[in-house]
Design a protein around this ligand. Structure first.
Ligand SMILES: C[S@@+](CC[C@H](N)C(=O)[O-])C[C@H]1O[C@@H](n2cnc3c(N)ncnc32)[C@H](O)[C@@H]1O
Length: 267
C-alpha cells in the first residue's frame, strides 16, 4: 500500500505527469502570431503574416507529401485498413494534408502533444470530420519523452496497429537531458523498438546541419539541428543487428532554412 502510494505520487512513474513548464511554454508559444517562424528570420524582420502563411504552406506540403507517399507504398505491401499513423507533436497542424487520404484508406490518426492549445485544436479538427466506418482519430495529451521512460515503454505507440510514426519539427525541439540522457536520443532509442516490427516507418521533417551552414550554431532559438550520424545509430537499437536507413529524402525551404523530409526503415 505504501509502495503503491509512493509510485502514484512519483512523476517518473505516473504516466499522466506533464511538466507544467513545458506545457505552458508550448501553450504560450503556439498562440503567438507567426508562432513557428525561425528566430533568425524574425530577427531580420523578414516575417510578415503573408510570408509566414506562404512559407508554412510550403513546409506543410513537404511533410504531408512524404507521409502520403509512404501510405501509397504501404498500400502495396500491406492492407491499410485498421492501421494507424501517430503524429509526435501537433504544432499548428500545418502539415496535416495527409489526414484525409489516410482516413479514406481506412487508417486512423493518433496525435500526441504536450500542449493543451495544440490538443484542443486537433480535437476540434477531428470532431469536424466525417469518417469512414472503423476509422477513429484521437488526440492524447502527453509528454512523449516522459511516456517513453515510463513502465508502459513503447506500448503507448501501439506498435501492432501503428505503421507510420510522423515526427515533423519534433526531434529538434527536444532539448536538454532526462536522467542524464539526451532527450532526443532517448526518443530515438524508444522508436528503435517500434521499427523492429515489420513494415514500420518513421517519417521525419528535420533541419540537417549540412544544409544549413548559414546557421552559426547547431542550436538556434528553439531548434537543435541533429545530423543523420546522430539520428540513425540509436534507431538501430542496442543489438544493432539490422541496418537502419534514411530513404526518399526530399528538401524544402522554410525562410532561409532547408528542411529535409525522409523516411527511416530497418532492414
Ligand atoms: C514545432 S511544433 C510541430 C510543428 C508541426 N509539425 C506543424 O507543422 O505545425 C512542435 C510540437 O511538439 C510539441 N512538443 C514539444 N515537446 C513535446 C514533448 N516532450 N511531448 C509531446 N509534445 C511535445 C509542442 O507542443 C508542439 O506542438
Amino acid at each position: 500500500m505504501v509502495l503503491q502510494n509512493i509510485l502514484a505520487n512519483s512523476p517518473e512513474m505516473d504516466v499522466s505527469y506533464i511538466d507544467p513548464r513545458l506545457r505552458e511554454h508550448w501553450n504560450r508559444k503556439l498562440k503567438r502570431a507567426n508562432a513557428l517562424a525561425p528566430m533568425s528570420s524574425l530577427k531580420k524582420g523578414e516575417v510578415t503574416t503573408e510570408s509566414y502563411q506562404i512559407e508554412s504552406e510550403k513546409l506543410g506540403r513537404l511533410g504531408a507529401a512524404q507521409v502520403e507517399n509512404e501510405i501509397d507504398l504501404l498500400d502495396k505491401s500491406v492492407s491499410t485498413l485498421g492501421k494507424q499513423i501517430i503524429t509526435l507533436g501537433i504544432g499548428l497542424m500545418r502539415d496535416w494534408g495527409f489526414v484525409k487520404k489516410a482516413n479514406q484508406l481506412g487508417m486512423s490518426i493518433l496525435a500526441l502533444d504536450v500542449s493543451d492549445y495544440a490538443c484542443e485544436m486537433a480535437d476540434r479538427f477531428f470532431a469536424s470530420q466525417v469518417l469512414p466506418p472503423g476509422v477513429e482519430n484521437r488526440v492524447m495529451q502527453m509528454d512523449v519523452n516522459q511516456r517513453l521512460g515510463s513502465h508502459c515503454g513503447i506500448e503507448f505507440l501501439e506498435p501492432k496497429k501503428t505503421f507510420i510514426i510522423y515526427a515533423a519539427q519534433f526531434l529538434q525541439v527536444l532539448q536538454g537531458k532526462h536522467r542524464g540522457e539526451d532527450r532526443a536520443k532517448r526518443l530515438l532509442f524508444g522508436l528503435s523498438k517500434f521499427l523492429e516490427f515489420e513494415h514500420r516507418r518513421v517519417v521525419m521533417v528535420h533541419l540537417l546541419p549540412e544544409d544549413n551552414s548559414h546557421r552559426k550554431a547547431s542550436r538556434l532559438g528553439e531548434s537543435i539541428m541533429y545530423p543523420l550520424e546522430y539520428i540513425l545509430p540509436p534507431l538501430s537499437g542496442s543489438l544493432q543487428t539490422r541496418r537502419i536507413e534514411a530513404l526518399r529524402m526530399q528538401k524544402g525551404m522554410f525562410y532561409d532554412d532547408t528542411y529535409s523530409a525522409f523516411t527511416i526503415v530497418k532492414r
